[in-house]
Ligand binder design. Structure first.
Ligand code: GLC
Length: 564
């Protein structure tokens, strides 16, 4: 397995990245047009969201044919060109494998529904209980997780939309079909894969009602999931020493993530988990409005960083992806301190232990969409929840406010390449409206002297230069501080301190106190000790550093004595 420790991965949400043919939708040829921009940023790999044939009910996460490119994204040749052009620039392409479910338009599902026994066993069909579905499980997109299959009295399981039918990984033929898919794409020259909700693939033999929840405790990190992943690896990417793999893990645990990602287990290179992105959910419910809980965020970072390190696991580091609102709007400030807070968030996450992911647009601080009307949304989950919240009696204005904060479309608005009408993304009408945020674009950012893009570029360079970043230990300090996220990284004599202010008011950081608590001495640090900062200088007076709104910096010293 290739070392992923000094790598940085850039996520392309294909439909919103770059439209090369003026149909309002991003496509593969559009990505090729932007390779020099991505090369300049310095990321190692591009993860493309699914580009396979799909009815697009969930924007490609409902795959109808794993072997062909959806015409709206281009052709196989476009992908081959992208792979080879990327390679010329030292960039690898990773594809997104959606193997927990297929679209109900997939040939396998069609045959299953038509009564073909072989294919019926590729899915999870069960008889209902009189007028009720087989269990009371709730789909992740709202409503029952079961859909009636025609007149048969049988239902099929769908943990997501009803057009995304869950696959039965207990069936060996199905598993082999999926290995063939992975091997097909490896031959095309991709360097790795992201596996969609891959910790949900193993369902128990007997499916029962969940009297305490929505059913997830029965199928999350399910009974044979590690066995399945080991077999998948052995038969596909595990045969190639240099493949990069990342599994998306829904509602998972540290213990399981260690097993998914410790190289000795021979499963995956690393994992995404989402616990840190639920700190603005009221009582675990996403569809609520709540200020993010900073102390909880710190606790989760600390638990995961130390827990994964202790047992040799490896994690993906990220705040943004195509399922999340934009971090600068969520945890920072997308108006007065836009640049400061975008850079602070970048520093705070990139310098942790793990592999950082940059989600398109994050590198110039793209904010939330700020839509005012339900007609502007496209996302199946957002539209379902609009109806669900309405039926629960929530007022229209409040629902729209919740969507403005929580909708996945916040992360999916097309790239703002420049300030022109089509924002350099398209020459026609975009499939999803642009974010309503005048003045923010890649072009404007790159033209400014304090560019966010350059800050990301610097962070990537530092990871490659300093082993303390790619391979150091992690220790959080100042746990009780209600404004600052502070941590130490250590590798041999190299010691790095990272301090990030998550608020728009001033505070202080005491280097003396740090020395007495950890015996690591940053008191003599000079201008040269500052690896990166989002202000021009460090406001250090004696042993105290005055921390300004959203200020963030990393200090580096060589210190022979103690280790953290
Ligand atoms: C993952 C994807 C998300 C998709 C879901 C179902 O969470 O990131 O976009 O809707 O899986 O495939």
């Amino acid at each position: 397995m290739q070392s992923v420790k000094d790598k940085v991965i850039y996520q392309v949400y294909v439909k919103s990245f770059m439209d090369s043919n003026g149909d309002g939708k991003g496509d593969i040829a559009g990505i090729t047009m932007k390779l020099d921009y991505l090369k300049r940023l310095g990321a190692d790999c591009l993860w493309l969201t699914p580009v396979f044939v799909s009815p697009m009910n969930d924007n490609g996460y409902d795959v109808a044919d794993y072997y062909s490119i959806d015409p709206s994204f281009g052709t196989m040749e476009d992908l081959e060109v992208l792979i080879s052009e990327a390679k010329k620039r030292g960039l690898g392409i990773m594809l997104d494998m959606v193997f927990n479910h297929t679209s109900t338009d997939h040939e396998w599902f069609r045959k299953a529904i038509a009564g073909d026994k072989k294919y019926k066993d590729y899915y999870i069909f069960r008889r209902g209980r009189e007028a009720l579905p087989p269990t009371n499980w709730i789909s992740k997109f709202g409503g029952s997780a079961w859909e009636m299959a025609g007149e048969s009295g049988e239902y099929y399981l769908h943990l997501f939309d009803r057009t995304q039918a869950d696959l039965n990984w207990e069936n060996e033929d199905l598993r082999k079909e999926l290995y063939d898919v992975v091997n097909f794409w490896i031959k095309k020259g991709v360097v790795g894969f992201r596996f969609d909700v891959v910790n949900l693939i193993s369902k128990p033999d007997v499916l029962e009602d969940d009297l305490n929840g929505d059913g997830r405790r029965f199928y999350t990190d399910g009974p044979r999931v590690h066995e399945h992943l080991k077999e998948l690896a052995r038969n596909t990417f595990g045969k190639h020493h240099d493949m990069i793999t990342v599994g998306e893990m829904s509602s998972t645990s540290i213990e399981n993530c260690v097993r998914y990602s410790n190289p000795l287990e021979e499963e995956l290179s690393m994992v995404f988990n989402f616990h840190h992105l639920k700190v603005d959910y009221e009582a675990g419910d996403k569809w609520t409005l709540k200020e993010f809980d900073f102390m909880e965020l710190k606790k989760i970072f600390n638990d995961w960083q130390t827990g994964m390190e202790k047992e040799g696991g490896w994690m993906a580091l990220f705040y943004n992806n195509h399922d999340q609102p934009r971090s600068v709007s969520r945890f920072g400030s997308d108006s007065k301190y836009h640049k400061e807070s975008a850079k602070m968030l970048a520093t705070s996450i990139h310098l942790m232990r793990g592999t950082p992911y940059i989600y398109q647009g994050e590198e110039f601080g793209m904010p939330n969409a700020y839509f005012d009307d339900i007609s502007e949304y496209r996302d199946v989950e957002s539209i379902n929840y609009y109806d669900i919240l309405k039926s629960k009696g929530m007022a229209e204005a409040e629902i729209l406010e919740v969507l403005r904060e929580k909708s996945r479309d916040n992360g999916r608005t097309p790239m703002l390449w420049d300030d022109s009408d089509g924002h350099g993304f398209t020459t026609s009408v975009p499939w999803l409206p642009f974010a309503k945020v005048p003045g923010i674009s890649a072009e404007a950012d790159l033209a400014s002297s304090d560019s966010i893009f350059n800050h990301y570029r610097k962070l990537i360079e530092l990871r490659k230069q300093y082993e303390v970043i790619s391979d150091g230990t992690f220790m959080m300090t100042d746990m009780e501080n209600s404004h600052l996220l502070c941590y130490l990284r250590c590798k041999g004599t190299g010691k790095m301190l990272v301090v990030s202010n998550f608020y728009d008011d001033e505070t202080e950081f005491d280097l003396d106190k740090l020395f007495y608590e950890t015996s690591i001495d940053f008191r003599k640090c000079t201008f040269e000790s500052v690896l990166i900062s989002n202000y021009y200088d460090l406001a250090k007076v004696g042993e105290i550093i005055r921390i300004r709104p959203y200020e963030s910096f990393a200090l580096y010293v060589e210190d022979k004595h103690p280790s953290c």
